[in-house]
Design a protein around this ligand. Structure first.
Ligand code: SAH
Length: 259
């Protein structure tokens, strides 16, 4: 790649949870300025049309048979593309700073002297429940919500203290937790969370292929397996899940489809 004396800016853009119309106006504007777009999941068609035709698209995700590039490799690619002097958009699902490793990219870019800006996105933990009629807080039902990762992490310590969390907040939203759900549910229940707490698992939330299962904390994993729900999926636990039926009817789509 040819180097330029002035590096281009890297924009870390939150693409939102799936539905391309949930991208922010600012994200759309920045996508329209992109000369290079670095992405790691499929770009929805709606977003593809916002990217200039001559922009370079760089895929840095999992390809069949090959493992994911490491975070260091992604950081290096962002730095190398910016050093060509072009405007780089790093497109990330949801919000770049919610379990998106956006912070690591900011630190790497900063250390390399590359200017960068973060464009927030709508995170799955808020948008996915809302899209199916679940408010993450609701006066009188839930005055607290925790967004946690179900991923065990790479160190020795689990990044989440499940025993403390069990009764600390009303709504628990778990990213990346489906494969570990049996253990997580067991630990939450053992630490005092009612086993019949309403709970849901959702995959492809806000997208055309959204799948969801609503159950109780103790039966959620079995019901999700029976329904064939696959990762990546979001887990929602708490009394607000019980509002879904009523809210789903009240909030049924009234927006006319895109022409
Ligand atoms: N930065 C992203 C989260 C990245 S972690 C955000 O702010 O939303 C990836 C995890 O997010 C997935 O494993 C899944 O748990 C959750 N997730 C993201 N998009 C989702 C969607 N459309 N439906 C369900 N879960 C989703």
């Amino acid at each position: 790649m040819e180097q330029s004396s002035n590096p281009g800016t890297v924009y870390l853009v939150g693409a939102g949870p799936g539905d391309p119309e949930l991208l922010t106006l600012k994200g759309a504007r920045v996508l329209g300025l992109a000369e290079v777009v670095v992405f790691d999941a499929l770009i929805q068609e709606g977003l593809l049309s916002m990217i200039p035709k001559d922009a370079e698209l760089v895929f840095m995700g999992k390809r069949c048979g090959r493992s994911c590039p490491s975070q260091d490799e992604i950081n290096d690619a962002l730095i190398a593309h910016a050093r060509t002097g072009r405007t780089v958009v790093r497109l990330k699902g949801g919000d770049p700073f919610v379990f998106g490793r956006g912070g690591e990219e900011v630190l790497a870019l900063g250390a390399a002297g590359i200017p960068c800006e973060v464009i927030p996105g709508v995170t799955a933990g808020v948008a996915v429940p809302a899209s199916m009629g679940i408010p993450v807080t609701h006066r009188g039902k839930s005055g607290s919500v925790a967004f946690v990762t179900g991923h065990p992490g790479s160190g020795l310590d689990d990044p989440v203290n499940w025993e403390s969390l069990a009764t600390a907040v009303s709504t628990i939203i778990i990213y990346m937790g489906l494969t570990r759900l049996p253990e997580i549910a067991e630990r939450l229940i053992a630490a005092g969370r009612a086993s019949d707490t309403p709970a849901a698992v959702v995959s492809q939330g806000t997208g055309k292929d959204q799948r969801q299962v609503v159950s109780t904390l103790d039966n959620l994993f079995a019901d999700a397996c029976a329904a064939g729900i696959e990762t990546p999926a979001l887990i929602i636990i708490g009394p607000v899940v019980g509002l879904r039926k009523q809210f789903a009817t009240l909030t049924a789509a009234a927006l006319p489809a895109e022409p």
